[in-house]
Design a protein around this ligand. Structure first.
Ligand SMILES: Nc1ncnc2c1ncn2[C@@H]1O[C@H](COP(=O)(O)OP(=O)(O)OP(=O)(O)O)[C@@H](O)[C@H]1O
Ligand SMILES: [Mg+2]
Length: 236
């Protein structure tokens, strides 16, 4: 599948997404990259999908709250896409247009992994709805944090305690609706992500999320710089 849209190349900013299973370190690494890019003098927007807008925040609560009524897979897909459609138009595209670096915790690949490989919805249908919701916007770079789901889920369970001491996580971790799915579900997500990475080697960087926080931080930074330099060469 080819990615991209004609107008995207006209936008000056850089769009980076963080993907991976539960507890793989997405939020931790997003914040570390944000600090480095900001220190380099660029405007940085940190956001997450679902969420990131007033409407998106409401939808996120519906989607992740374990107290929500059971949600059909089709409803779940459309709620994620509704939140994304708003996020792209209200926040991401305007920011990229003015040259900001936008860092987004999860994006379209999450839907392919969770609703496609996890829930079993048709992947080509998801790609179509993704394209509609994003108006064809594709990340310039995607950091895929690859981790054994058993390790990730263990990190999540003890995360809330650890986070108050490290201050690394952007949000309090909770045992949400997705995390409560069986291990098999999470294994399908991991495999789905790796397949996507093989299909999009120029965009998706796979990192062993079992490495230390700082080791991963340096890998992510180097990949970001590589992309930025490549991008600078392309416009000069
Ligand atoms: N490389 C790492 N090694 C060990 N622990 C880590 C590493 N990266 C993050 N952690 C810890 O694991 C927990 C989960 O990290 P984080 O919240 O960044 O993951 P996440 O992918 O955003 O999780 P979620 O899917 O729940 O949003 C936190 O307690 C964090 O401090
Ligand atoms: Mg997170």
């Amino acid at each position: 599948m080819t990615e991209g849209r004609e107008t995207q190349s006209a936008m000056r900013g850089i769009f980076v997404t963080f993907e991976g299973g539960e507890g793989s370190g997405k939020t931790t690494q997003l914040k570390l990259l944000a600090a480095r890019v900001r220190a380099s003098g660029k405007e940085v927007i940190e956001t997450h999908d679902p969420g990131g807008t007033a409407i998106g925040k409401e939808i996120r609560t519906l989607l992740l709250d374990p107290g929500s009524a059971p949600i059909a897979a089709a409803t779940e897909l459309l709620l994620y896409e509704a939140s994304r459609a708003q996020l792209v138009r209200e926040l991401i595209v305007p920011a990229l247009g003015r040259g900001a670096v936008v860092l987004c915790d999860r994006f379209t690949d999450s839907t392919l992994a969770y609703q496609g490989c996890g829930r079993g919805l048709d992947l080509s249908l998801i790609r179509q709805v993704n394209r509609f919701a994003t108006d064809g916007l594709v990340p310039n770079l995607t950091v895929l944090l690859d981790l054994d789901p058993e390790i990730g889920l263990t990190r999540c369970r003890r995360g809330a305690r650890a986070d108050t001491s490290t201050g690394l996580s952007a949000e309090p971790l909770c045992w949400d609706r997705i995390e409560a799915e069986p291990l098999d579900f999470h294994r399908r997500i991991k495999e789905g992500y790796l397949t996507m990475a093989r299909e999009n080697p120029d965009r998706i960087i796979v990192i062993d999320a079992g490495l230390g926080v700082t080791e991963i931080e340096v890998i992510v930074w180097n990949q970001y710089i590589r992309y930025q330099d490549r991008d600078d060469d392309a416009v000069s």
